[in-house]
Design a protein. Sequence first.
Length: 154
Amino acid sequence: SANQTDSDLYESISKSSYESDVDFQMYVDKFYRDIGVYGIYPKKPKTNIIKFTKLDQLDNTTHIHGLSYGINDDDRIEIYINPSSWKSFNKPMRYFLMYHELAHDILNLDDLKENTINEGKLMYPTISNYEKKDMDDFIESFNALFEDIAKKQN
């Protein structure tokens, strides 16, 4: 996630972003279905931008798999994904990455602290730790998160 002081970085990221044939909308639709199961119905943003940007070629973003810019802006989903990460990621890791970034933009959630206790949770910031994870781990992690949120809002 980024803030306004990184506006130059934001400029270069958004300018160098590009469309691909990946169906990112599929992840967005599934995210809304999954939170809906828990009775979580955030406002649907007007702007929905999810694109690739070669983050490993920009200063200050090497080793970053994805960045979201829509946190605390309920009219905007804006996510940039590193295509080389995407290519190397298996299916569970792609889901972890997409749900992590969507949780920033749709649910306004912050990253968790990088404590061992948080490892494996959806909002844990370092995704390389998920390399041994499978779809069951992914499903367990988002259900735990959405259950927490549902409890808090009731």
